[in-house]
Design a protein around this ligand. Structure first.
Ligand SMILES: [Zn+2]
Length: 138
């Protein structure tokens, strides 16, 4: 799943509940829970991994800045929540870019839970992000 989608889900729960006892554990579980759902990915997408990573980063950072500006939620807490939801993909990005053999069990686990990757999963992810934006702003 795109980092943007993970972070938007966690940010929405944080903004809507305002309760750290709910949103911090939720953000911690977010990644491993939602990576098991059908999402964008697969071998065809993997060929353009760097391109999609750059697009994901630009969209994710833009949405983060929009949330910071329009919700008045603490930027530090929001960053922490988004980091908590997205860190496994940063580790994966590090592993891919450096071709490291470090953390093989983490890599196997993280890849193993992503059973339902398909290019059409982008529709599901766009739906989630739009739903999150509706919950926050409407
Ligand atoms: Zn992931």
């Amino acid at each position: 799943m795109l980092v943007t989608t993970h972070t938007m889900i966690a940010a929405t729960v944080a903004i809507k509940t305002g309760n750290p006892w709910i949103y911090i554990p939720f953000a911690g579980a977010d990644h491993f829970l939602f990576d098991a759902f059908p999402h964008f990915g697969g071998k065809k997408v993997g060929k353009n991994f760097k391109l999609f990573t750059v697009i994901d980063a630009i969209v994710g950072i833009s949405l983060f800045l929009i949330l910071v500006h329009y919700t008045k939620f603490s930027v530090v807490i929001l960053f922490f929540v988004c980091f908590l939801a997205g860190w496994p993909d940063l580790v994966m990005l590090y592993q891919k870019l450096t071709d490291t053999k470090r953390l093989p069990k983490f890599k196997a686990f993280h890849s193993g839970i992503q059973k339902y990757e398909t290019p059409a999963g982008i529709i599901f992810e766009l739906g989630i992000v739009l739903f999150c934006l509706l919950l926050i702003f409407v």
